[in-house]
Design a protein around this ligand. Structure first.
Ligand code: GRF
Length: 187
């Protein structure tokens, strides 16, 4: 059995989509969901999906080996960041080369970096009157949104799109492609 663990800070709709996608696939499972946010919707989803979850704080993540040890114990084949907002510490990244992937809701390198997440990304895309946006799935390195790109998919930004309508289109792209890209990385 190959194992995926997921880090998420928010609603966790991507996490749920990934978990349910792999329920249909006998060789791969989401074994653990980790969150830095005790109020994150992803924790309710984990409970409903009967996937173990762990909440951790800054101390455990950045100033101890607690989170590192949790990951090591899982022996994950892939670590997936799905709407995870804290920067991954270098000491964890270097222990899992090419095993940590993130999804970003824009066509990187555009609209990436610190503070560029969620609706801030879509707002900026709309304000700049971009004609297209999309998703980027990439490896995680020590800088926000700068690791090697694995996959991108585009969507058209229409004149009457708002940050909310664009977010919805981007989510649909994420649900379609993220599980498939993860599956291809685990082959
Ligand atoms: C997604 O759009 C993802 O690309 C971004 O945060 C959002 C998370 O949504 N980084 P959800 O928590 O999976 O619903």
């Amino acid at each position: 059995m190959k194992k995926i663990i997921i880090f998420a800070s928010g609603s966790g709709s991507n996490a749920e989509r990934i978990a349910t996608y792999f329920r249909e696939n006998e060789g791969i499972e989401v074994s653990l969901i980790l969150s830095n946010n005790p109020k994150a919707g992803v924790l309710e989803r984990a409970k409903r999906l009967q996937i173990p979850s762990i909440v951790f704080d800054r101390q455990a993540f950045y100033h101890s080996e607690i989170v590192l040890d949790i990951i090591k114990n899982q022996k994950p084949d892939l670590i997936v960041l799905a709407g995870f907002l804290w920067k991954f510490p270098e000491n964890i990244i270097e222990k899992f080369p090419n095993k940590i992937v993130n999804i970003h809701p824009s066509l990187l390198p555009k609209y990436g970096g610190k503070g560029m997440y969620g609706s801030f990304v879509h707002q900026a895309v709309i304000e700049n009157k971009e004609s297209e946006s999309g998703i980027t799935i990439h490896y995680v390195n020590e800088n926000y949104d700068e690791g090697a790109i694995i996959f991108q998919a585009k969507t058209t930004v229409l004149k009457n799109d708002t940050a909310d309508s664009l977010a919805e289109k981007i989510h649909q792209l994420e649900y379609k492609h993220f599980p498939e890209v993860i599956a291809s990385l685990l082959k």
